[in-house]
Design a protein around this ligand. Sequence first.
Ligand SMILES: *Cc1c(COP(=O)(O)O)cnc(C)c1O
Length: 388
Amino acid sequence: MTSADPRSTRWAWAEIDEDAIRENVALLVRQVAPAAAWAIVKADGYGHGALTAARAALEGGATGLGVALAQEGIELRAAGIVAPPVLVLSQQPVEHFAAMVEHALTPTLYDLDAIAAFGAAVRNAGRTDVGVHLKFDTGMRRVGAQPSAAVALADAVRSEAPALRLEGVFTHLAVADEPTDPTTTEQLARFDAVLTDLRSAGHEPELVHAANSAGAVAHPHGRRDLVRLGIAIYGIEPGPGVAELCTGLRPAMRLVARAGLVKPVAAGDRISYGLRHRFEQDSVVATVPIGYADGVPRRLFAAGGEVLVGGRRRPIVGVVTMDQLMVDCGPVGDPVADAVRVGDEVVLLGSQGAERIRPEEWADRLGTIAYEIVCGISHRIQRHPLRR
Ligand SMILES: *Cc1c(COP(=O)(O)O)cnc(C)c1O
């Protein structure tokens, strides 16, 4: 008997469609031109695998990458992503600056102390002409400098020459996925005022950027020199308000498990912790070895969650447990239910036959956004990159 690696042969895994990511990026690249497209691969590529996502996005025409943390950028460099710029999207703790310089990560900065410290880190490394981006808070009120500080910050970058160069200036949109909300126009107007102030003080950043995925598809005025594409490259709509602008995108993650046990239950039987589901008829139940520790929310049962078995939508029955969930495959005597066998594929996200379950559907049911669904698929699920 050959021994199989239990991790790579576990009966629950995620298939990552590299072609989908590449083609989504290519579609968006055409849509936003002449703006460039940078692919955001933070949070392990929104759960798809950062390296897989980065490579596919670069093949699709992305010319830069973005991450949330210094560590995420370092991992990309260590994995062989050498040439493309990697922007760390928010200001990092000073103690990470030396490693960021060493790994050629582009910092986002928004205060005077950080600018001075980054300049010092660049000089300590014996480097010059390292591009930095300044981020301004035009209304999201999360991170970024106040617009009134723009000239002082840009002057501070200039005073760190030849170590530092002001490469980019950007902001982030709070409600780009709600195209009728006037806030986006107001944020872009505040951002334009920052750019005017900078230009009148003699600063000409090469890369001005504002748009996330929703901004890129719904607000052409927000595209500027580049757009920062996250969720859309994974084939997921940024929000219901921009769904009709995302119809060409293909979901890249398929979450699959195999039926680990198939058994009949009798009418009146109840199932799972709390015995909260009662069967109305004799039924075929499949127990599937994937649970909330893998990122399938426990509440998905109460929220009406379904999976695909035998090409049909079937309900999750009973609360999702840590490592397993149960599916009602149909009544005993139903030919499709009776045909379910141990080892059959059960699709949690993605397609099987003519049916498809999207992360947007889980998000709707659970009162969240699809971002949280795909980022929540845990490290216990191995990602299998697939390409044609
Ligand atoms: C995460 C992030 C993005 C990407 O947002 P999506 O909505 O996923 O496209 C862009 N810019 C910044 C600053 C971010 O933090």
